[in-house]
Design a protein around this ligand. Structure first.
Ligand code: ATP
Ligand code: MG
Length: 434
């Protein structure tokens, strides 16, 4: 990691027409690439050489073309954090001073997407997409945003500083200037990455109330990266957790999946339980964990199921979403079925409130129901016609994890498992966030 140089380096890029070659709006005033004078919102610049071999060459091309056209352009968000931590980034996000139309004009193979937040997707061979976002600011930061909001809907453009401070955690607000090989830091993110702590930008309680999904994101990063949560952020999570009930429900269910996809599901779900977040989202799980005494019970098995998820994820990449849901809910479902005259009905009754509370999709609920129903037949080695359905491979995965969690032999079922290549279904999200 680099040394800190809080001097206000002003890069001396040649003055290039910032509108780009194909730009058709001759009236647009040129915007300076960097402020001429050091100002109060200038970042601390850290000289850091990130491993270029880990930075997608197409992303480097995109950034270079933008800067050559006179715009500011940086690598931002999770990729900078991951490169600093010597992890391979999942994807690369670029933020720029160029407006969507200006980015579009610079790249023939690009398209503007999104209605709320207009982003540009630059397309490369093999279906690769690089997302370029114009700097935005938090619309709540100033009261006089009416005009811009009216014209641009939710696209409230801003400068690099505003774009950094609107982000959630300090470690996610670092901008990397590829050409200068410097990290721009407005929020103390470098220090927090070095200390390995999750800290919100600004008051944790304010930021969590603004967007309760950030509570789940804090748990996700702490779990996945093995970071500590600072005491004030931890207290705010505990204090604000009920606000999650107000969050957009599809975002909640997607974020729960992300908690489990990072290869540290056990640690992450433990944090969710410890902070009481699980009480709000999945009380049927947390009660089972509270009830579980020292002995061998459902709670123990749940932790072991999560261990299995982590082992599989670290071997083969993220598991299928239906498998993740089925494994997370398997133990409470089993409890709900105990003594029920109709198991299928009991499972459906168990899942229905989750469809309501966290927008568990009907597709997943139906998959879980069918997988749970077939488990006894799988253990008996008689899958029958189910072996021909699209759910079979997923059911085998669930059954294997369940046997492992209960300390039973898995060899017989192991033979039904599809080869690793076929198992690799999807990477993590990769979709435009926030
Ligand atoms: P991952 O490795 O899981 O993709 P990430 O940090 O890249 O982690 P994304 O969800 O891809 O997370 O979001 C990209 C960036 O957008 C984040 O790094 C953060 O700066 C910002 N961001 C995402 N979600 C929020 C949010 N709810 N509030 C504020 N900023 C956010
Ligand atoms: Mg990302």
């Amino acid at each position: 990691m680099g040394r800190s140089t809080p001097s206000y380096t002003v890069s001396d890029f040649p003055a290039v027409d910032p509108r780009g070659r194909d730009h058709d709006d001759a009236q647009a005033p040129p915007r300076p690439r960097v402020p001429a004078e050091p100002g109060p919102n200038d970042p601390t610049r850290h000289d850091v050489v990130l491993d270029e071999a880990r930075i997608d060459p197409d992303v480097q091309k995109v950034v270079k073309r933008l800067t050559r056209a006179g715009f500011e352009a940086y690598l931002v968000g999770g990729c900078v954090r991951d490169l600093l931590l010597e992890r391979r980034p999942k994807d690369f996000d670029v933020a720029t001073s160029a407006r969507p139309e200006e980015v579009r004009a610079l790249f023939r193979n690009s398209r503007i997407i999104g209605r709320r937040f207009r982003l540009v997707h630059v397309l490369f061979h093999g279906g690769k997409v690089i997302e370029v976002a114009t700097f935005r600011r938090n619309p709540k930061d100033e009261a006089d945003e009416g005009a811009e909001l009216l014209i641009r809907s939710d696209n409230v453009f801003g400068d690099a500083h505003e774009d950094a401070v609107r982000r959630d955690f300090t470690m996610n607000a670092l901008f990397y200037d590829l050409e200068a090989q410097q990290i721009l830091d407005w929020c103390g993110g470098m220090e927090d990455v070095r200390r390995r702590v999750v800290h919100t930008i600004g008051e944790p309680e304010v930021r969590f109330r603004e967007d309760p999904i950030r509570i789940l994101r804090a748990l996700k990063f702490a779990g996945r990266l093995g970071f500590a949560i600072t005491p004030d952020v931890y207290d705010a999570i505990v204090y604000c957790r009920e606000a999650l009930a107000l969050a957009a429900r599809p975002r909640v269910s997607e974020e729960i999946l992300r908690l489990m996809r990072g290869g540290q599901a056990r640690r992450t779900i433990y944090l969710a339980w410890e902070t009481g977040v699980l009480d709000v989202l999945l009380p049927e799980l947390s009660s089972l964990l509270y009830d579980d005494g020292a002995g061998e019970g459902a709670g123990r098995r749940l932790w072991r199921l999560l261990d299995t998820i982590d082992r599989r994820t670290n071997e083969d990449g993220p598991l299928d979403d239906t498998v993740l849901w089925a494994l997370l809910l398997l133990e409470p479902i089993r409890e709900a079925c105990e003594g029920a005259p109709d198991r299928g009905e009991a499972v459906a009754d168990f899942l229905e409130p989750l469809v309501e509370r966290i927008a568990l999709s009907r597709r997943y609920a139906d998959g879980i129901r069918r997988i749970v129903a077939v488990l006894p037949r799988l253990y008996a080695g008689r899958p029958g016609r189910f072996a021909k359905t699209e759910l079979f491979d997923l059911a085998v995965e669930v059954a294997l994890a369940d046997l492992a969690a209960r300390g039973e032999p898995t060899e017989a079922l192991e033979r039904l498992r599809p080869p690793p290549q076929a198992r690799r279904r999807r990477g993590d999200d990769g979709r435009p966030a926030h």
